[in-house]
Design a protein around this ligand. Structure first.
Ligand SMILES: NC(=O)c1ccc[n+]([C@@H]2O[C@H](COP(=O)([O-])OP(=O)(O)OC[C@H]3O[C@@H](n4cnc5c(N)ncnc54)[C@H](O)[C@@H]3O)[C@@H](O)[C@H]2O)c1
Length: 362
């Protein structure tokens, strides 16, 4: 099992990565000195598919564990679910020393993390991501939150986990389109990091989609190490962390406009394509690089389909993005692999034009 340290000034924690690492939970909790009452907030499908191994692992650990099952939908990433978690903690007389364990994808991790951030002004929580997307991205970095009034992640807080355990065996039951969502965030890391990792991803798209153990382990560990370094430098996203939002301003708007039929990771690929076109409109990227990067993104054009898009609606949703300053949308754009610009304003006409050009591929 691999161990990656995330060294945030306010909090240091370990990410354990490997096959069957979930079974090691009792030993890891001991090593990490994490004890108290545990509330497990678990995805309904994961609870059904893995009930035996989950029961066995908790019994073996001999812990006081209560379990709350949540159906993972963007609609349920809500105040109602937050209240359910807080009520469960209160009903079970859980105090400040209690710990929430999130077992599921990014939806579970985000809500359970926010519940931990807000219960008794903050209790510990553990991330056990079960999707590729949550493993490469959302389980590390401490962004937690819920959706509200048709706006993604608009209510939330920064609250770092105390521990992350990534068991790649969970992906065996992951539907193909969810694996593709994970690949969406991996593609983002390809643009953010360096040519070597970008080319590795490009060469291994099929192996990633087919959950090849060696390739998956490499892309998770590279992505997390990169994200860890960025979050260590800028936990609260006042500077360099904004890079991680590449494609996301567009993506969140597409998700809402498409009524969440377009999943987050797939929307990220569409969003990066829009960012690429906008980078070209603003002459930030060379023609040669634009063609090379677009060619890569087009590998996904048959795999991602979006329903008819109203570009003004997408633009208006983007105007509500929490990253905007003085009512101006701030874009993250591509100059080259590993050279990304943040806080770039753009003319409405250019943005709409970029959306127009990008959506024709999906
Ligand atoms: N906090 C962050 O930094 C951050 C970063 C990226 C994304 N996010 C958020 O993450 C969410 C998306 O996360 P996600 O893609 O993991 O989606 P998800 O949590 O909705 O899970 C996707 C689907 O897979 C199912 N599932 C989960 N694990 C499974 C398994 N092992 N086998 C079979 N089915 C399984 C779930 O029931 C669900 O239907 C979005 O809400 C997004 O906003 C947060």
């Amino acid at each position: 099992m691999k161990r990656i340290k995330v060294n945030i000034p306010s909090k240091e924690y370990n990410v354990y990565l490997g096959k069957e690492s979930f079974k090691e939970l009792p030993a890891i909790l001991k090593r990490e000195k994490l004890e108290g009452n545990f509330l497990v907030v678990i995805d309904n499908k994961v609870n059904r598919l893995y009930s035996k191994i989950i029961d066995q692992t908790f019994n073996q650990a001999n812990l006081n564990v209560k379990r709350l099952v949540v159906v993972s939908t963007e609609k349920n990433k809500s105040y109602t679910t937050l209240q359910r978690i807080h009520s469960a903690l209160i009903k079970n007389n859980f105090g400040r020393d209690s710990i929430i364990i999130a077992i599921g994808g990014g939806i579970i991790g985000d809500i359970a993390g926010f519940a931990a951030a807000t219960f008794m002004r903050g209790i510990k929580f553990i991330q056990i991501p079960t999707t590729l997307l949550s493993s490469v991205d959302s389980s590390v970095g401490g962004k937690t939150g819920i959706n509200y009034v048709n706006t993604k992640n608009i209510i939330g807080s920064f609250h770092q986990p105390s521990l992350v355990i990534i068991d790649t065996d969970f992906f065996k039951t992951l539907p193909k389109d969810e694996q593709l969502c994970g690949l969406g965030e991996i593609v983002k890391y390809g643009f953010l990091t360096n040519e070597r990792f970008f080319n590795f991803i490009r060469k291994n798209v099929d192996l990633i989609l087919n959950n090849d153990a060696t390739v998956i382990r490499k892309v998770i560990s590279e992505s997390i190490k990169f994200k860890g370094n960025i979050v260590e430098a800028d936990e609260k996203e006042s500077g360099i962390r904004k890079l991680l939002n590449l494609g996301h301003t567009f993506a969140h708007a597409f998700e809402v406009q498409q009524k969440h039929k377009l999943k987050h990771g797939q929307a990220v690929i569409v969003g990066i394509t829009c960012s690429l076109y906008l980078s070209k409109e603003l002459k930030i990227i060379s023609e040669k690089d634009f063609i090379k990067y677009l060619d890569f993104l087009l590998l996904f054009s048959d795999r991602i389909k979006i329903a008819k898009v109203n570009n003004s609606t997408i633009y208006n949703i983007m105007k509500r993005d929490k990253k905007n300053r003085q009512n101006e949308i701030q874009f993250v754009l591509v100059n080259k692999i590993g050279s990304i610009l943040t806080d770039v304003p753009a003319d409405r006409k250019m943005v709409i034009q970029s959306i127009n050009q990008a959506v024709q591929h999906f």
